[in-house]
Ligand binder design. Structure first.
Ligand code: CO
Length: 133
């Protein structure tokens, strides 16, 4: 059901520093920038092959990413997998006994359908599924 790694989400305190590190330091290119008010996050995507690195920075103190940064500091926040059919992927995950953060898909960066799977079900890694088409 998972077809490739769509992106890696990396939490940063300072977005401009993050862009410097990944763009100037590692030579990736910013392809998209978007604020998701409902999630309290600014996302900056940098392309790498068929995948992207997604920098995440909080827009407010009570957002989930702000809490992540407070508890764990900057670092890998989630792994996102592309799926051809997100409803089917969520059904499969539910059947496998996984705990879902999103019971139904919601709209993420780029207007794509996304959903999160609880890190307790995936060995400590917050996992996201993204509808690929
Ligand atoms: Co993501």
């Amino acid at each position: 059901m998972l077809s490739k790694i769509d992106h890696l989400g990396i939490a940063v305190n300072d977005l401009e520093e993050g862009i410097r590190v990944y763009e100037q330091g590692l030579g990736l290119e910013v392809t998209h920038r978007e604020t998701l008010e409902d999630q309290g996050v600014v996302t900056v995507s940098l392309g790498i092959g068929e995948s992207t690195v997604e920098l995440l920075s909080p827009t407010r103190d009570d957002s989930p990413v702000a809490k992540f940064l407070e508890q764990r500091g900057p670092g890998i926040h989630h792994v996102a997998y592309a799926v051809p059919d997100i409803e089917a992927a969520l059904e499969d995950a539910r059947d496998a006994g996984f705990r879902l953060i999103d019971e139904a898909p919601r709209v993420g960066a780029g207007g794509k359908k996304i959903a999160f799977i609880h890190p307790k079900s995936t060995l400590g890694v917050l996992s996201e599924v993204v509808q690929s088409t």
